[in-house]
Design a protein around this ligand. Structure first.
Ligand code: RB5
Length: 334
């Protein structure tokens, strides 16, 4: 997906927004391309000094940014064009009338997202009391404080947008529009639930591979945890689901593999939260603990929910640092 931010000079708002969305997308591992342009830009102008400082507050480096003027080709090449004001939206549509339907004022688009997610206020039409808050004013020539407040607005909007795209990606996976590949494993204590999960994944159009066990005969759960965890960690599968009697042994074993964040979930709240906050890539379940109705709901929510990133990305990064510190610890000691 290609997102194009548009403002006037392409030296303040649109480069800040593009940098922030790019960063938010990276944190969520979203495959999107983000760029920016200005309807009245001076080609090659750098970002203003205040924009560089305000963007840096959010980890965005605009020092090398150079402005470019909006062209019809840029609009045509984008899947989503987000302007800072409704006036700029009209400018874009005047340039490429056929782009209607993919051009929005940024905050207008965010209001649509919030309405779709059910958490936001209703959109109000032109003349409605909300319309005056749709535009993000140009901070050019203003104090650093004004730039910082503008950057804050852009950050909130781009975070909502990135979280929305992450959710969309996850639910697209559920519908099979994007291929999510799931590695499955169980011991004898989880064999029957694993078989049921296979039926649900087929129903939801999700690709999977079953790494066993293939009967209710007694086996050792670490063998199956390792098979699934190694493949998920290697990137061969997007997610893994492991079932044993309690889900605990599978969780302990899978979490020994670097890169694995396995979560034992026996309620829907935890299943959603562990995706949103921990970016868990393996779900473990206990067949002897919960019934299939609840298990189905847990699996569905866990597969559908996207990682929200932001402060949680920092925490997941710290988990990676712990892994790095202990990676290979003891290796080489005969
Ligand atoms: C097997 O009896 C059982 O110990 C195993 O399925 C699992 O619960 C381990 O944590």
């Amino acid at each position: 997906m290609k997102v194009l931010f548009v403002c006037t000079g392409n030296t303040c708002r649109s480069p800040m927004a593009a940098g922030m969305l790019e960063r938010a997308a990276r944190q969520r591992r979203l495959e999107i391309t983000v760029s920016s342009a200005g309807v009245g830009a001076w080609e090659g102008a750098p970002a203003t000094a205040e924009a560089v400082i305000a963007a840096a507050d959010y980890g965005v480096d605009l020092k090398r940014h150079r402005a470019r003027r909006l062209t019809a080709a840029l609009v045509e090449g984008a899947d989503l064009v987000l302007t800072m004001t409704r006036r700029q939206k009209e400018d874009v549509l005047a340039l490429v009338p056929g782009a209607r339907g993919k051009v929005y004022a940024l905050k207008e688009y965010v209001a649509r997202i919030e309405a779709e997610l059910g958490g936001g206020q209703e959109e109000r039409g032109p003349g409605g009391s909300k319309s005056e808050t749709i535009d993000i004013p140009d901070p050019i020539g203003c104090s650093l404080a004004v730039y910082r407040s503008c950057a804050g607005e852009l950050h909130a909007a781009t975070e909502t947008l990135a979280a929305f795209l992450a959710r969309k990606r996850a639910s697209a996976g559920m519908k099979g529009e994007e291929t999510m590949r799931v590695a499955l494993g169980a011991d004898h204590g989880g064999f029957h639930l694993k078989e049921a999960i296979k039926e649900w994944l087929t129903e939801w159009g999700i690709e999977y591979q079953d790494f066993g066990t293939h009967s209710a005969a007694s086996v050792d759960y670490p063998d199956y945890a390792l098979a699934v965890a190694e493949r998920v960690a290697a990137g061969e599968f997007d997610r893994g689901i492991l079932v044993c009697g309690t889900g605990i042994g599978m969780c302990i074993a899978a979490n020994k593999v670097p890169g694995i964040r396995a979560a034992l979930c026996h309620d829907v709240f935890s299943a959603r939260a562990t995706r949103e906050h921990n970016d868990s890539n393996v779900l473990t379940l206990g067949e002897r603990v919960i019934g299939q109705g609840l298990a189905r709901e847990i699996v569905q929510v866990w597969l559908q929910t996207g990682f929200v990133g932001d402060r949680h990305a920092r925490r997941v990064e710290k988990i990676r640092t712990i892994e790095e510190r202990y990676r290979g610890a003891g290796a080489g000691e005969a």
